[in-house]
Design a protein around this ligand. Structure first.
Ligand code: F6R
Length: 241
């Protein structure tokens, strides 16, 4: 695990966007794994800037997002699809047919999970995956559990995650209780991973991920077993290392 400490979120965004730029430049038809939440926003802003400047062409790229809330359709302004359109997709030239986000309103959510896992494999697997980390060590919506989830599946969100995400909804009661998420196994198959963390409230999760035991009680700790992980943290998030 390669841990790099930066002065602020914008410096992290520039560094992570440079990794994406390198990936797309070396392999124009690469497959990118994307996340929502606050952590990747400066990265997406910089990726859009690189497109506007003519430095990066995303026309051959395929994307897969990590997760989606159950019950929210793509037009819902708190759906992760909507988030991705607003924060990245409508600012770059990725083709609509190459964008993949799990459907929160699929009539058969289990089939939706199986189809998603198959689609990632059929695309050749993920070349570069960006991750945030929850305060409880979750990655995607893989919450602390008794075992590592191998594939895309349906999860019940924990109170800690609902509490962290309620800031985007009118109240905690409006936060969906379930989500579809790629599994720990899905994430571990990515060829390269960049995990972004900023702020003191992520410090304990970063310590447990990097220095604690590998355990499904801290899902991100599995990244100690991945051969190509870059952690980009600010000083506050890295303060317990
Ligand atoms: C989002 C996701 C989540 C977030 C995590 C951190 O697609 O998979 O695991 O990365 O909850 O969220 P932020 O970045 O908002 O602190």
């Amino acid at each position: 695990m390669n841990i790099r400490v930066y002065k602020d979120a914008d410096s992290i965004g520039a560094a992570a966007a440079a990794l994406f730029a390198a990936c797309v430049t070396q392999k124009p038809d690469c497959v990118l794994g994307l996340a929502t939440g606050s952590s990747p926003i400066p990265t997406y802003r910089k990726m859009a800037e690189l497109y506007r400047d003519g430095a990066v062409d995303y026309s051959g790229v395929t994307t897969y997002n990590l997760d989606e809330y159950v019950g929210l359709d793509h037009a819902h302004d708190q759906s992760y699809y909507y988030f991705m359109m607003e924060n990245l997709f409508r600012h770059i030239n990725v083709k609509a047919e190459n964008i993949h986000v799990l459907s929160g309103i699929a009539p058969d959510p289990e089939q939706e999970c199986r189809d998603y896992e198959s689609a990632i494999a059929a695309s050749g697997g993920i070349d570069l995956q960006i991750l945030g980390i929850g305060r409880n060590g979750h990655i995607a919506f893989n919450e602390p559990a008794d075992s590592f989830a191998p594939v895309t599946h349906i999860v019940e969100l924990t109170e800690s995650t609902i509490d962290a995400n309620k800031r985007f909804f009118a109240s905690a009661d409006d936060v969906p209780r379930r989500a579809l998420t790629t599994g720990i196994g899905t994430i571990m198959k990515a060829r390269a991973i960049v995990l972004i963390a900023t702020g003191a409230d992520k410090a304990e999760a970063i310590r447990a991920m990097a220095k604690g035991p590998v355990t499904p009680r801290c899902p991100a700790s599995i990244l100690q077993f991945h051969p190509n992980v870059t952690v980009m943290a600010d000083e506050a998030a890295a303060s317990l290392l």
